[in-house]
Structures are given as C-alpha cells and as structure tokens.
Design a protein around this ligand. Structure first.
Ligand code: FPP
Length: 240
C-alpha cells in the first residue's frame, strides 16, 4: 500500500468487471471458466478495498444487456452468483461488509433473489464497507424508472431538482463514485451509472478482470490521487 495517501481515498469506487471471456479464451477454456476466475477477483478486490479503507464498492456484475447472452451463459452466471453469495456471506461478516444491490432485482431468478435477500438481511448492520452489486442494471433503465416513479408520486415540475431526482435512483443510499475503473482495455461506459459519474475520474486498465488483484486496485487509487479534481472550477479557485 506504499504511496497511498489515506487522507485522500475515494469514498466510493465503481468497477466494470470486463474481460472474463477473453481471459478464458487465452487459456483455451469456455467462457464460464472466465466467470469462475472473475469470482476469485471479486473476492480479493472486495477484501482489499475494505482493508484499504474504501467505504463503498460497486461492482457491475450483470447488465440489462447481458440478458441477450446465450441461455447457458446466463444460467451459469446466475448459478455462480447464487453459490458465491452463499459461500461468501461468511467473508462479508468476517470483514464487517454490508451487501446491497442496485438494478431490476425482480427480473432475477427467484432463488437468486432469495439468496440476495438473505445476505442483505444478514449483513445489514455491518459498517466497514458497503458492497453494491449491480445486477440486471442499466443506467437508462434506472433513469426511466426514476421518471416513472416521479410521475406516479405526482411531483410537480418545481419539485424536480437534482436532490429529489437522486432520491428516485437505485443508488439513493450511496454517494457518487469518485473513481470508476474498467478492466480489459475497453474504454466505454456501457450504460453504467450515467447520472452518478458526472464528476468521476475514469481509470482504464488492460488487465482482464480475472487477473485483477489488490496491487491493481492500489495502482488505480494512486493514479486517482495524482489527478486534480476541479469540478468545473479553475486550479486557483480549488486552492482557496
Ligand atoms: C464481463 O466479462 C463480465 C461479466 C458479464 C460478468 C461478471 C460476473 C462475475 C465476475 C461473476 C459473478 C459475480 C459476483 C458478484 C459473484 P465478459 O464476459 O464480457 O468478457 P469478454 O468481454 O472478454 O467476453
């Protein structure tokens, strides 16, 4: 952890975990093998983030668009999700980590919903870090869902502002991420947290997700700490 400034940590890091399929391919294996490797990277990254002192970690685990993948891959991902939650709840408890989700959770298979509910309930009083799994999530879905609920609740136009709108997003209990990481060399947002990343620093690495470890997370944080965040202001204004 050498070099990391503990007084300037991002409170919230969001990660688009990409490259599982390509990682498997380089090893001559099927895509599911890559997702299994991805689970190991999830475990290590979650533990590392908590140890470093990150307060919120959001992982893009399954997008709305992922429902278009071949049925056997979707089934394997859901099975992996259920078994990982079952196995890792103990790790979450040992590390004082609270689990939550964002996304259209009702669209997940009922056994996955049940496992998630159990783990969310069990970890609800943990306070070291919040792990947010984005499942069946897409930002456009989230924004449209917010607009629909604002209309259903009968808000008037002068009641709709940034603060009220934020309350209708699935991330309402989570501050905006200061840092967004995407692995595997792709430099896209892919419908992830469009509202929330308005001022986030973006970090892209060629590392494929199953190879991502604590050292990669630390490298991303160091890079973040080398940047000057101005929020539209000048350097001089920021220094005042
Ligand atoms: C992207 O790689 C990864 C996914 C679509 C799934 C991520 C899921 C996991 C890491 C496992 C389950 C998660 C938890 C939280 C236990 P890709 O398949 O798009 O890779 P490619 O671009 O190389 O094809």
């Amino acid at each position: 952890m050498e070099g990391i400034d503990k007084t300037n940590l991002p409170k919230h890091i969001a990660i688009t975990m990409d490259g599982n399929g390509r990682w498997a391919k380089t090893k001559g294996k099927v895509r599911i093998f890559g997702h299994q490797g991805g689970v190991k990277a999830v475990r290590e990254t979650v533990e590392a983030a908590a140890k470093i002192g990150i307060k919120y970690l959001t992982l893009y685990a399954f997008s709305t668009e992922n429902w278009d993948r071949p049925e056997n891959e979707i089934n394997a991902l859901m099975t992996l999700l259920v078994s990982s939650i079952h196995k890792e709840t103990k790790t979450l408890m040992n590390n004082n980590i609270q689990l939550t989700t964002i996304g259209n959770i009702k669209s997940l298979p009922s056994n996955a919903q049940k496992k998630l509910e159990e783990a969310i309930e069990k970890t609800k009083d943990n306070s070291k870090m919040m792990l947010v799994l984005a499942l069946s999530y897409s930002s456009r879905w989230e924004i449209l869902n917010a607009v629909e609920n604002i209309i259903k609740d009968g808000l008037t136009s002068n009641q709709v502002n940034e603060d009220t709108f934020r309350q209708y997003l699935t991330t309402k209990n989570v501050p905006d991420p200061e840092l967004l990481i995407r692995t595997s060399g792709e430099q896209r947002i892919s419908n992830f947290l469009l509202w929330q990343i308005a001022y986030s620093e973006l970090y892209f690495t060629d590392t494929l997700w199953p190879d991502f470890r604590k050292a990669d997370l630390e490298k991303a944080i160091l890079d973040y700490q080398s940047r000057e965040r101005r929020f539209g202001k000048t350097t001089e204004q920021r220094q005042k």
